[in-house]
Design a protein. Structure first.
Length: 156
């Protein structure tokens, strides 16, 4: 690989790790609203995953309640979440996220995935059977987790 290619990869990785204001706000809003499901799920923002299909770091991962060992921590979690939530950043392409869902998340066992699109206040809910339901008003309904969230509270 020549030097220019290395520089480009480093710049792209740096941009990917940068979180915008809207992205940060939505990560908080979703985590806050999902906390009402704390009896059923563990809500994990920015958890590094090392899945059989590849590495990923969803903006929010939803797991069935986990057991914790506070004396030993895990840097890259190998269990797939039930649901992975991705918030589209200004530096990302929508296709990049759908590819991650179809090539990394679903083959690893993730059962639903959301793509949140801040600029049009829409959330797309994907399932492995290739069904996609889009929400731009009312309540988001995830048929896998049975989570229901009002979009007016997410995008406020």
């Amino acid at each position: 690989m020549d030097l220019k290619a290395v520089e480009i990869v480093e710049v792209e990785n740096e941009l990917e790790e940068t979180m915008s204001l809207n992205h940060s706000r939505l990560t908080f809003r979703l985590s806050y609203l999902l906390a009402s499901y704390d009896d059923e799920f563990d809500i994990m923002p920015e958890l590094e995953l090392e899945l059989l299909t590849g590495r990923a770091k969803p903006d929010i991962s939803i797991f069935p309640n986990l057991n914790y060992n506070w004396e030993e921590d895990i840097i890259r979690f190998t269990q797939p979440p039930i649901c992975a939530i991705e918030i589209l950043s200004p530096t990302q392409a929508f296709d990049e996220l759908t590819t991650k869902i179809r090539k990394i998340y679903f083959p690893a066992g993730v059962q639903s995935a959301w793509i949140v699109v801040p600029s049009i206040q829409t959330i797309h809910v994907f399932t492995p059977d290739r069904q996609v339901i889009s929400y731009s008003e009312g309540n988001l309904e995830d048929s896998v987790t049975k989570i229901s969230l009002p979009l007016s509270e997410i995008f406020r």
